[in-house]
Design a protein around this ligand. Structure first.
Ligand SMILES: Nc1ncnc2c1ncn2[C@@H]1O[C@H](COP(=O)(O)OP(=O)(O)O)[C@@H](O)[C@H]1O
Ligand SMILES: [Mg+2]
Length: 253
């Protein structure tokens, strides 16, 4: 059974529909990518699943339960966790304090369980362990993303939703971040991964969805998407520059 099942989801900002009848699902421990151009509706979709944005209609089931009317806290308690595009760290606090704050919403807050999550975060990102006393606002972009992910892990999530974790981060650090996401999937955490870096995302995903203008236009195994002509042209940059693929997007819109 799928852990997350979204069907016929409509989300609007005022009169403007940003997500139109989206349906998707993700199983336990599965890494599922959502790829699409800027403005396609990816962040809106994640925000609505987390409960930050209201939906107009549709259903969101998590572990069999309809969660569409629950507030953010209740969804956190059930194991959903969103790492937004703006990492939203507490800059004046240390790495350790940021990690500790990530644990406040968890169900099982025994010391031993907290320690396990902490160890998992440090194991995935040893760099954080070397910087526990450092203020978050002195970290590099890549380290900040590691901290945002580590903090999310402190909530012992069952499903992590990651909004463009590679945005603005050096390629060498991104490789570490994608490797860590891949490991998380293997450890049983489900991951919904929103990325403009489609190639890297599909490489670590089992399945994916392509979203255009708020509609899911394509879905399939990561392998089938990575070899799909339309995906290759629009998102994998094989027909020239990124500008060219953006122009194609605009023409279609
Ligand atoms: N707060 C907002 N108010 C009005 N429109 C918004 C708001 N946020 C996003 N939108 C619009 O909704 C659409 C989807 O945006 P978004 O979900 O941020 O796309 P993506 O994450 O794929 O870049 C875009 O047309 C965007 O302009
Ligand atoms: Mg976005």
């Amino acid at each position: 059974m799928s852990e997350l099942q979204v069907s016929d989801l409509h989300i609007a900002y005022g009169k403007a529909e940003a997500v139109v009848g989206a349906a998707l699902d993700a199983g336990q421990g599965e890494i599922v990518s959502i790829i699409g151009a800027n403005g396609a509706g990816k962040s809106t979709l994640l925000g609505a699943i987390m409960g930050i944005l209201p939906i107009r209609s549709g259903t969101i089931r998590f572990d069999g339960e309809d969660i569409a009317r629950l507030d953010v806290e209740e969804r956190l308690e059930r194991g959903l966790c969103l790492v937004p595009e703006k990492r939203e760290l507490f800059g004046e606090l240390s790495v350790l304090q940021n990690l500790q704050l990530g644990g406040y919403s968890r169900r099982s807050s025994s010391k031993a369980a907290m320690k396990r999550s902490f160890d998992q975060a440090i194991d995935l990102f040893p760099r954080l362990g070397e910087r526990l006393d450092q203020r978050a606002d002195t970290l590099s972009g890549g380290e900040r993303q590691m901290l945002a992910l580590g903090r999310a892990l402190m909530a012992a999530p069952r499903m992590l939703m990651l909004d463009e974790p590679s945005l603005g981060i050096a390629p060498i650090v991104n490789a570490q971040i994608f490797a860590a996401i891949s490991k998380l999937g293997q450890s049983g955490v489900s991951v919904l991964l929103v990325e403009q870096n489609a190639r890297a995302a599909l490489r670590i995903s089992q399945r994916g969805y392509v979203i255009e203008g708020g509609c899911i236009v394509l879905e399939g195994t990561a392998q089938s998407l990575a070899s799909n002509d339309a995906v290759l042209r629009s998102y994998l940059g094989l027909s020239g520059s990124a500008d060219a693929s953006r122009d194609q997007q605009r023409e279609r819109a």
